[in-house]
Design a protein around this ligand. Structure first.
Ligand SMILES: N[C@@H](CCC(=O)N[C@@H](CS)C(=O)NCC(=O)O)C(=O)O
Length: 216
């Protein structure tokens, strides 16, 4: 059955691969599943046809036969459960990999995303520097704990899993920042994720969309 996902017609990150369709593309590439992409404008995101698929008017969504899903975490979990390569066979190891998926989205992503938003929307506020410091301190705490847990290992719990896939995409938002550089273990972890052939295919595919929409 054909898989169709949605993505931005013109991603605000200019093809850096930070939009959440990237996670889904990467998971599909790891799973060896072909997929099509329906590109949407910001206006189309808030129209009834898309709201029927994604109640909050966001990308990504996932359609396969009569199944429609929203939420990048739920979609990646669905792909990982249906296909090999993203979750271990052993039941306990599988549960732990899923715990890392939740940790990426619930524990590590919120302060990182809030910092990104603050840098765009709150820069002119008189309290901006103070807010940034608070957010960066909480990011540092999360990165410190994550870095200690990862230690010398390549991946968070044995073989590469959907937990690593989500964690790497979350950390990528800090790529090139002094914050991530403070944790060389995590910089190397992110680089290992980016070096995976499936990541590269997904990255190139989303970049091609941006390039086609912005020639020259
Ligand atoms: N929790 C959702 C968040 C989705 C989300 O924030 N998508 C962003 C792009 S990365 C979006 O569509 N933003 C446009 C908007 O909210 O209007 C998920 O993981 O899929």
């Amino acid at each position: 059955m054909t898989i169709t996902i949605t993505a931005f017609e013109r991603s605000p990150d200019r093809g850096k691969g930070l939009a959440r369709d990237m996670r889904v593309r990467w998971a599909l590439e790891e799973a060896g599943q072909p997929y099509g992409v329906r590109l949407l404008s910001f206006k189309a995101l808030k129209e009834p046809a898309h709201l029927a698929l994604q109640p909050f008017g966001q990308i990504p969504t996932y359609e396969e036969g009569d199944l429609a899903l929203f939420g990048s975490g739920a979609i990646v979990l669905h792909i990982a459960e249906r296909h090999g390569g993203l979750l271990p066979e052993d039941a306990n190891a599988r549960a732990r990999a899923i715990a890392w998926m939740f940790a990426a989205l619930n524990t590590v992503e919120p302060p990182i995303f809030d910092r990104a938003l603050a840098r765009i929307l709150e820069r002119d506020e008189p309290w901006y520097e103070q807010r940034l410091r608070v957010l960066e301190d909480s990011i540092r705490k999360r990165l410190g704990a994550l870095s200690s847990r990862l230690g010398d290992a390549d991946w968070l719990d044995g073989a590469f899993s959907a937990g690593d896939l989500l964690m790497v995409t979350v950390l990528l938002r800090l790529k090139g920042s002094a914050l991530l550089d403070e944790f060389p273990t995590l910089s190397a972890y992110v680089a290992r994720g980016e070096a995976r052939p499936a990541y590269k295919r997904a990255f190139d595919a989303q970049l091609a969309v941006f390039t086609a929409a912005s020639p020259g």
